[in-house]
Design a protein around this ligand. Structure first.
Ligand code: ZN
Length: 551
């Protein structure tokens, strides 16, 4: 029997009456069509979006380069399958069409947005270390193993013929794919007349062949005027849930939105002034805000691997290497067309269901874009080090750090936008649009579950706002209304609370706050169930590639 969400008892009853659908592959009869529909609605629901950009802004040379970048990205998709599950053919052959689609979204037989619950019979649960480590390796064996490269981001752990552990560099373990991708990047480099892009592509090809990414990361940060871009390689370590040591392969092929990027660039200069104005005691804002952040907007034209699995990333802050961050800063990339897709397909329908009629017109894409963007920038504000000698905030708050830091970025992002609107520096959307859209976004984010850092941060904020009267819920309609004044007060209150917990390195206080405010109450759970019943998708899946682009 497959696993079904308890939120949809009707679908479950229907399936039980019909027997196990997985044993049948016949989809031609009307009964089976119905069964397939109710079956897919019991899993995390995705909506399909065509990933496009304004092709009239690209010249002939760029149109020739793009297919090579996409082919390079596709190799990352193959590597990520191996890291997440193994050979996809062994899984996909013999599955029904719906199961194949769902397995492709998840890169394996586990539902990523349902805590990796298996959605097929007989596959068991997903290994915490995915395919980065041997399945029979214990944590103790790994810890006791004397091998300098075992914790490297870029090695795979395997067993040699004699049974002992060995550490295999990615460029050897995945040589066919990484060499293939490198060759595509070299071809793209030979076609482009943009010298900075050419240099980066060549260095990145070398990096894929050697697993030494520093020079190419530097070249990437130095590249400022390029119209095309590709983020490619082993980058984030979320897929390794055993230790978090191993990076997973992914790629984004990007077209920079030159006009928006120029507009965003100016906000970095306001950071010191914004830091000074945060409504909290001076000792909690003594750190210098990071000024060396670049802020750009892009259309993504291809997602591959890790970033394409389950929930789709809409903003990226890279590189991850902390030494390099200190040396050269970071680039915060806003993926505008993907944001727009989530806004249109998910946020608007959520607002229709849960936001009071009178405030519905205050939902706007400009506000959604602004809130997401300032969230990224706000990670640079506040305190990085505790004020009482407890070390960095990250060290002091341990496992609680990510959720609180995400909560900080959300609330300080809203604070930034409030200040910039007051000062006449941000005119894309009104304050009411930002606040109402912010509330609707909380509903979108809590659907990812309270087990993720972002989900928990959103729950905390929702409960705090509710307690402070920042919004009210109409009993009759079940819809929510923002109280502008109380929302601003609650925003300031929560900002101070979070920054003090961080600055004091108050682990016990953070745990208490999360316990009291980090979970979903009954009324909200019922409201979220309404979204599910209305068939509102949780995330998007992309139709993408040269054909979709018309190349
Ligand atoms: Zn964040």
């Amino acid at each position: 029997m497959k696993r079904y969400s308890t939120l949809i008892p009707l679908a479950l009853a229907f399936l039980m009456a019909c027997g196990d659908p997985s044993t049948s592959t016949d989809s031609s009869t009307p009964e089976m069509t119905e069964e397939t529909e109710s079956e897919s609605s019991s899993r995390t629901t995705y909506t399909s979006v065509r990933l496009k950009t304004d092709m009239s802004l690209l010249n002939e040379e760029e149109k020739q380069v793009i297919p090579y970048l996409i082919r390079a990205a596709q190799f990352m998709d193959s590597v990520f399958w191996l890291q997440s599950y193994g050979d996809p053919e062994t899984l996909l052959s013999g599955l029904s069409e719906a199961d194949v689609d769902f397995a492709r979204i998840n890169y394996g037989p586990w539902d990523r947005l349902d805590d990796n619950a298996p959605f097929m019979e007989g596959v068991g649960s997903k290994a915490l270390g995915a395919e980065f480590y041997p399945k029979d390796m214990t944590q103790e064996e790994f810890e006791a193993w004397d091998e300098p490269n075992k914790k490297s981001l870029y090695t795979l752990i395997r067993r040699a013929d004699g049974g002992e552990l060995v550490s295999v560099p990615y460029h050897i373990a995945y040589a066919r794919q990484t060499d293939g991708a490198a060759a595509m990047l070299d071809s793209a480099a030979s076609l482009t007349t943009d010298d900075a892009l050419k240099n980066y592509l060549q260095l990145r090809a070398e990096a894929l062949r050697s697993d030494d990414f520093m020079d190419s990361d530097r070249a990437w940060l130095d590249m400022k005027e390029n119209h095309l871009d590709i983020i490619i390689g082993p980058i984030e370590n979320y897929e390794d849930k055993l230790f978090g040591y191993k990076a997973a392969h992914e790629a984004y092929v990007l077209v920079k939105d030159m006009e928006w990027s120029a507009r965003l660039d100016r906000y970095v200069q306001f950071l010191p002034d914004l830091q000074a104005g945060i409504p909290v005691d001076d000792v909690y804002k003594q750190d210098e805000p990071g000024r060396d952040a670049q802020l750009n907007a892009y259309d993504v034209i291809y997602y591959a691997g890790d970033c394409n699995a389950g929930s789709k990333t809409i903003a990226v802050n890279l590189p991850n290497d902390e030494e390099l961050q200190v040396e050269k800063g970071t680039r915060r990339s806003q993926l505008k067309n993907a944001m727009k897709a989530k806004y249109d397909r998910i946020l608007i329908p959520i607002a229709d269901e849960l936001i009071t009629e009178e405030q519905r017109e205050s939902i706007s894409f400009e506000a959604f874009f602004g809130n997401t963007m300032f969230h990224e920038v706000a990670h640079g504000l506040g305190v990085k080090n505790t004020i009482n000698g407890r070390g960095t905030v990250r060290e002091a708050l341990k496992a609680q750090h990510s959720a609180l830091e995400e909560g900080k970025a959300d609330i300080l992002g809203l604070y930034m936008v409030t200040r910039l609107i007051e000062d006449g520096q941000w005119t894309e959307a009104s304050l009411e649009e930002h606040y109402v859209t912010f509330l609707a976004s909380i509903f979108r984010s809590v659907r990812f579950g309270a087990s993720s850092a972002h989900g928990k941060a959103n729950m905390l904020r929702f409960n705090y706002f509710q307690e402070k009267g920042a919004f009210t819920r109409d009993e009759k309609t079940g819809r929510y209304r923002v109280d502008m004044e109380k929302m601003a007060e609650a925003m300031n209150g929560l900002t101070a609370k979070i920054l003090m917990l961080q600055g004091d390195g108050d682990l016990a206080g953070t745990e208490t706050l999360m316990q009291e405010m980090g979970s979903i109450q009954e009324t909200l759970a019922a409201d979220l169930a309404r979204l599910e019943e209305a068939g509102i998708p949780v995330d998007v899946v992309f139709e993408q590639g040269t054909q979709v682009l018309g190349l």
